[in-house]
Design a protein around this ligand. Structure first.
Ligand SMILES: O=C(O)CCC(=O)C(=O)O
Length: 245
């Protein structure tokens, strides 16, 4: 497990807040009972995820996580969660749709992420059976291997977090935090960066052929064989032809 307190710059965090709260590039919240979320990159499904572009505001963080080898491949999915004070997320594991590595970026507020070894796991871990990691705004936590497969993680439904001895990263904060201290929660955003294992072709059947034709036209435009206007007209003709069949 790796925890880095100031992983995201304030400028990057501001750009992400703007993207999320001004709903750029068609970002849409899905409201759950006690939190809301946005899927970026597509919706991970058993049959595969149809990839969708991830807005620019997230690219710096994705690239830094990849460069730091936090993920085995480039991130292709981000789950954004927004929690109000008093709400968290029940103990869960992230399951088989993803490569077993998780990167969680925290923004706006802190919270304690709790890990609990699954009762069915009898192996000896280098981590305690139960522990917490205190996540501060702009920090990142990355975990994989046994913490992915043999532990559940959760955030308690609380309006404040109390610093207890089982929080394994308290040393990172020096004198800024002491045992027993209560830290109030505010609205918190988290970005969970992962790699979805199975990605489907964006288009299948005749749509795939059409996509391939558009890609060829685009290449010609890039090479200067077609002007911007010729490219636009050719693309419109192609789409009109496919609509009329
Ligand atoms: O918000 C968090 O820090 C945890 C998110 C989480 O557990 C998840 O996305 O699976």
């Amino acid at each position: 497990m790796l925890f880095i307190p100031e992983f995201v710059t304030t400028a990057e965090a501001d750009a992400i807040h703007r993207a999320v709260y001004e709903e750029v590039d068609g970002l849409r919240w899905t409201q759950l009972r006690y939190r809301r979320l946005i899927n970026l990159g597509g919706t991970p499904l058993l049959e595969g995820m149809c990839p969708e572009p991830i807005p620019d505001a997230f690219h710096a963080v994705m690239a830094r996580a990849f460069d730091a080898k936090m993920l085995p491949y480039a991130c292709n999915h981000i789950l954004i969660n927004e929690y109000r004070p008093g709400h968290g997320i029940l103990p869960h594991e992230d399951g088989p749709l993803y490569h077993p590595s998780v990167v969680i970026v925290s923004l706006l507020s802190s919270a304690i992420l709790r890990f609990r070894k699954k009762s069915s796991s009898s192996f000896t871990s280098r981590y305690p059976d139960v522990f917490g990691v205190y996540l501060t705004p702009r920090s990142v936590i990355c975990f994989h291997e046994e913490l992915y497969t043999d532990y559940l993680h959760s955030i308690e439904d609380k309006t404040e977090d109390i610093m207890t001895e089982d929080i394994i990263n308290l040393d990172s904060f020096g004198n800024a935090l002491r045992l027993g201290q209560a830290v109030p929660r505010d609205v918190r955003l988290s970005l969970t960066l992962r790699v979805v294992k199975k990605v489907r072709s964006v288009m299948e059947g005749s749509a795939a052929e059409e996509g391939e034709e558009i890609r060829r036209l685009w290449e010609q435009k890039m090479r200067g064989i077609l002007t911007e206007e010729e490219f636009r007209q050719a693309k419109e003709l192609l789409l009109a032809a496919s609509l009329s069949t």
